[in-house]
Design a protein around this ligand. Structure first.
Ligand code: THU
Length: 121
């Protein structure tokens, strides 16, 4: 699903499509792609697109997210996305993050590994 979602990526600047598929605690899945902007800092990553779609549809607890990027390197979530993920961890208090690369190989991390001390107040 993450790979399919990347087909909708709007990437006129980087030409690097990313897709994400987010599994919620109730079993529903929301997908997202990166949506770039001429003001480059206004670009939205695939992961945050998926998270915002899910929250806006009433889901706030997530168990797993797959991220797909076409490249040699595993597609890791950026710092901003890690912070946003930290806001909505599911029942386990953690989130599984599957990072893929072209060819379909992936590595699995926990959010607690990639973002051990998120900002909170
Ligand atoms: N990007 C994502 O969508 N997710 C990530 O985790 C890393 C980066 C996007 C943002 C931008 O459109 C492109 O990849 C290159 O940085």
């Amino acid at each position: 699903m993450a790979r399919e979602a990347a087909q909708h990526a709007y990437v006129p600047y980087s030409h690097f499509p990313v897709g994400a598929a987010l599994e919620c605690a109730d079993g529903s899945v929301f997908t997202g792609c990166n949506v770039e902007n001429a003001a480059l800092g206004s670009t939205i990553c695939a992961e945050r697109t998926a998270i915002v779609k899910a929250v806006s549809e009433g889901r706030r607890k997530f168990v797993r997210i797959a991220i797909y990027g076409e490249g040699e390197n595993y597609c890791m979530p950026c710092g901003a996305c890690r912070q946003v993920m930290s806001e909505f961890v599911g029942p386990s208090g953690d989130l599984e993050i599957l990072c893929t690369r072209s060819g379909g190989r992936y590595v699995s991390y926990r959010l607690s590994q990639l973002m051990p001390h998120p900002f909170e107040f």
